[in-house]
Design a protein around this ligand. Structure first.
Ligand SMILES: [Zn+2]
Length: 375
């Protein structure tokens, strides 16, 4: 497993390029009897591998692409050298998420070699454009195609790095939605010495921002934090000290729980704007809908597997950014995300603990064994 992982880490598969990771993976999976299919959209590669003849479909979901390294000279070891130092394996894409991909394959191998019967279908679905623009939505297109072909995933294990301090201490049973917007507030430009002749959009935005910041959009629920509102950019001003500007632009984002919806947030946001009698333009951008696995069946299997291997249970939450789980949710699949510690992801010196990767692999194998028992 570690050799396979190191081979994958040495490939510079910066999003959206797979750069041959799938060739390495496919070779391993074919040895195990998987049927491998490449599904390509607009030069982005995806790999869908399955084995088993009948029964429910369990699918590992992951990606082979990685984010850029940043300044390579700041890394302790070159980011694509896959250097091992004691129990630590360094490299871009270790935690996010080539280690999980290696663990998918190793656990599948262990399960297949140790089981006399296979009562379910085992799938591995990998994309090379997870980290890239969500708009490209390649997994989205594959999922649409699978739904059309009646290839419905019953249980989906996403290997994204969900763990916080030690492996498997946290799992995700949902993700918040992401709704962005761009607001332009219009005032009346003029000389700063003639306040009666200007309408200052900067002063107007003060009360507005304060109200938006204090507003409770919802209270969240057991798995979800309350919806949060943030502003990422604000700009106004002509550069001159004696001119009140005529416009102000502001970029904002909601990370929202299923207790709110795209429509409810849009209309509440707009009603706050209207309370302030503003002259404005508003553009919305939906980046992802929230998803939430309500059924306990698969969640219990994952939680029990973690407990049996580690002696603790994962905290089940819906924290973090969006993930490809939101696309699979369209199939009404039961989805749980469980992967390595995420402390170093996207950072300089990204790494994993090798001992924890073996633990993760053991948990994955345990999950497959339990799925087989209940199928
Ligand atoms: Zn990832």
């Amino acid at each position: 497993m570690i050799d396979l992982l190191r081979n994958l880490l040495k490939i510079k598969s910066i999003s959206p390029n797979d750069m041959g990771c799938f060739d390495v993976i496919e070779k391993e999976l074919r040895k195990l009897g998987f049927n491998c299919e490449r599904i390509n959209y607009l030069n982005v590669e995806n790999l869908y591998a399955t084995t088993g003849n009948s029964g429910k479909l369990f699918c590992f979901l992951g990606h082979t692409d990685v984010v850029p390294t940043g300044p390579e000279e700041k890394w302790k070891y070159p980011p694509f050298s896959a250097t091992i130092d004691g129990d630590i394996l360094y490299g871009r894409g270790t935690a996010d998420m080539k280690a999980s991909v290696a663990a998918f394959i190793e656990s599948a191998k262990e399960f297949i070699n140790s089981s006399s019967t296979m009562n379910f279908r085992l799938g591995i679905l990998l994309t090379s454009n997870e980290e890239g623009s969500a708009k490209d939505g390649f997994i989205d297109q594959i999922i649409e195609k699978m739904i059309k072909d009646n290839e419905i995933i019953d249980f989906c294990l996403v290997g994204e790095p969900t763990s916080s301090k030690k492996v498997a201490d946290c799992a995700r049973i949902g993700r918040r939605g992401s709704l962005g917007g761009h607001l332009k507030i219009y005032g009346e430009q003029g000389h700063i010495a003639y306040p009666e002749k200007v309408i200052n959009p900067i002063l107007l935005s003060g009360d507005l921002i304060s109200n938006l910041n204090n507003k409770i959009w919802d209270n969240g629920n057991d798995a979800f934090d309350p919806t949060s509102f943030q502003i990422s950019n604000i700009s106004s001003g002509t550069g001159a000290h004696n001119v009140v500007p005529g416009e102000l632009e502001l970029t904002f984002n909601f990370r929202f729980s299923p207790e709110s919806s795209e429509d409810s947030l849009k209309s509440e946001f707009e009603s706050v704007l209207n309370e302030h009698n503003l002259n404005y333009d508003l553009e919305w951008e939906l980046n992802g809908l929230p998803y939430y696995t309500k059924d306990n069946f698969f969640i219990e299997i994952v939680s029990n597997s973690v407990k049996e291997v580690t002696d603790y249970r994962p905290e089940l939450n819906a924290k973090g950014g969006t993930s490809d789980g939101r696309f699979v949710a369209k199939m009404n699949s039961e989805i749980v995300e469980l992967g390595p510690v995420n402390k170093s992801i996207h950072q300089i010196d990204e790494h994993i603990k090798i001992s924890e990767l073996w633990t993760l692999k053991e948990i994955y194998t345990k999950i497959l064994t339990k799925i087989n028992q209940v199928s």
